[in-house]
Design a protein around this ligand. Structure first.
Ligand code: GDP
Ligand code: MG
Length: 171
């Protein structure tokens, strides 16, 4: 029996404190909650309409404790699409992305996300550096602020979802 619901599994990967949970919770609830209790990896299910088609999202909010803790290959095997998230205010979190990508060997659509774009006065990573890395990864790129813009966060999720569905149809 053919299911009418497309399932899309998305993993949110990045260094500690870049806003992975803020991004995830923003998408799930449209709210921004300043602090997040979860010091653990969490998995969520969320149904949404994409271009009129019902989608069941599964979202894995990963939770490394240090910059040395990289996501394992099981994450890449599970996911249909990946968010690689850094903070534009944290050079170390940008450097983490390359190591994480190397460890994952992903063969699925990726969106590179520069979060905390509202904190321009504390910027350590230029937009151009993000664009260059995305070009290198052959992936999409967006600077966003999970703290500030609801629509932006929805858009990056839906754009990645569209890429996943296109990728799947081609496979
Ligand atoms: P995680 O460890 O990657 O899950 O990061 P969290 O989602 O727990 O966020 C870490 C901290 O950054 C929290 O204090 C958030 O309130 C803050 N934060 C998350 N996103 C943004 C953002 O877009 N702008 C600003 N200014 N702060 C943010
Ligand atoms: Mg978190």
């Amino acid at each position: 029996k053919k299911s009418s619901l497309s399932e899309v599994k998305v993993a949110v990967v990045g260094a500690p404190s870049v806003g992975k949970s803020a991004l995830t919770v923003r998408f799930l609830t449209k709210r921004y909650i300043g602090e997040y209790d979860h010091q653990q990896e969490s998995k969520y299910k969320h149904e949404a309409l994409l271009d009129g088609e019902p989608i069941l999202f599964e979202i894995l909010d990963t939770c490394p404790k240090t910059l040395d803790e990289l996501p394992g290959s099981e994450v890449a095997q599970w996911a249909d699409g990946l968010f690689l998230v850094y903070s534009i205010t944290d050079r170390g979190s940008f450097n983490y992305i390359r190591r994480a990508k190397q460890n994952l060997h992903p063969e699925v659509p990726i969106t590179l996300v520069g979060n905390k774009a509202d904190m321009v006065h504390l910027r350590q990573v230029s937009q151009e550096e993000g664009e260059i890395l995305a070009k290198d990864f052959e992936c999409s790129f967006a600077e966003i602020a999970a703290a500030e813009q609801v629509n932006q966060v929805g858009e990056v999720f839906f754009d990645l979802c569209r890429e996943v569905l296109t990728h799947r149809r081609r496979a």
